[in-house]
Design a binder for this molecule. Structure first.
Ligand code: DX5
Ligand code: ZN
Length: 207
């Protein structure tokens, strides 16, 4: 199980402290938003480059932006280990996957709640990860949508054994169990981890 705490719920004025606090997890999830693809603006390339200097955790960069192909090189050079783009934001999916992989890093593709599972099927063998959003992307702290997680078995049935299936949005110990029972093997969690009184136990409870 790959646990990826989302720093969207961290204190950005104490980001290094809040990254060190989750180092018992596996990856660090970084939400990049542009105010166009989603109605919120968050983190950009310079922040990812600064994060790279203070942690050895793999950086799991979730691009919620239009025209992600314009920024992939910059995020790769900033130190991203996994770059996930949105199916809904691109026209040539395979070209974007190839671009990410050209930097020797993992390529993920995400689908929003209203996007059906089937759209990922033609690309599965080229992808390292599929991210099934379990809330509308844009904000932390939203309620988990179970019908989104129900897309996972169809993806898992078509996927190669080593495909990572990640879920993001409203994940806590209870919803994590639902997602893993459907076949998810990577869990993103923001509020559940960062708003808990005991961060290490919260991470352990997701495993
Ligand atoms: C939402 C982001 C998530 C967010 C999840 O658009 O992609 O990564 O941080 O936050 P929680 O876990 O609080 O729902
Ligand atoms: Zn995310």
């Amino acid at each position: 199980m790959i646990i990826s705490p989302s720093i969207l719920s961290a204190d950005f004025a104490n980001l290094e402290r809040d990254i060190k606090a989750v180092e018992t997890a596996d990856w660090l999830h970084i939400d990049v938003m542009d105010g166009h693809f989603v109605p919120n603006i968050t983190i950009g390339v310079p922040v990812v480059a600064s994060i790279r200097k203070v942690t050895d955790m793999p950086l799991d960069v979730h691009l919620m932006i239009e025209n992600p192909e314009k920024y992939i090189e910059a995020f790769a050079h900033a130190g991203a280990d996994i770059i996930t783009f949105h199916f809904e934001a691109v026209s040539d999916v395979n070209a974007v996957i190839r671009l990410i992989k050209s930097f020797g890093i993992k390529a993920g593709m995400s689908i929003k709640p209203k996007t059906p599972a089937e759209v990922v099927f033609p690309y599965l063998e080229n992808l390292d990860m599929v991210l099934v959003m379990t809330v509308e992307p844009g904000f932390g702290g939203q309620k988990f949508m179970q019908d989104c997680a129900e897309k996972i078995p169809a993806i898992k049935a078509k996927a190669q054994d080593n495909l990572i299936i990640q879920v993001d949005g409203g994940i806590n110990a209870e919803t994590a169990r639902i997602c893993t029972s459907y076949g998810a093997n990577s869990l993103v969690a923001g509020n559940y981890i960062y708003k808990s009184a005991d961060i290490k136990s919260a991470i352990a409870s997701l495993r």
